[in-house]
Design a protein around this ligand. Sequence first.
Ligand code: FES
Ligand code: FES
Length: 203
Amino acid sequence: MAIIQFTVNNVHVQVDITPDIMLSEVLRDILHLTGVKVGCGVGECGACTVLLNGKPVASCITPAMKVDGASIVTIEGVSPEPAELDVIQKAFLVSGAVQCGFCTPGMVLAAKALLDKSPDPDAGTIRKEFAGHLCRCTGYDMIIKAVQTAGDAIRNNKDIQLPEVDHQNSIGQSVIRRDGIQKVKGSFLYGADFYPEDALFAV
Ligand code: FES
Ligand code: FES
């Protein structure tokens, strides 16, 4: 066992781990930051992306020992306040870039990393940067639109307004997904995100 220390979303943490454990396991299974999704577990789909010292990495293939002393940002740390949304999260919602939402945390973090270094990316640049991110639902065009919409808002220092929706009377209205806000925040729970008390986990 070894003790490592790092910051996650600006909070200092210390965990006791075995040397073979991956960062995604620390974040999900020890710290219960279940916005970190694990799809493939072998570095191919991008769902588990987090920012490591500002750069996107696949946490499922990043040995936890490597993050000793580092700064990690997960989807739970993207918005300035827990009750608020970052402009990138809003752009994903208004662009229709969120469907099942499993890829969304990784996509939002990849968008943040890209826009931090290049706030006006063209579609080709976005496709190249997102080559390691798979989405089985949206067809990617809406994700490109979301990244460009967020970039426009950031460059012009403006907010993105979410449409006010009357869900009882929504025919003809432009709507966002009912569960979309949870999905862009990483708080939507899928089957693997539950940790029942006294459950036995086996491999
Ligand atoms: Fe890490 Fe797919 S779960 S890249
Ligand atoms: Fe379902 Fe991307 S929204 S995988």
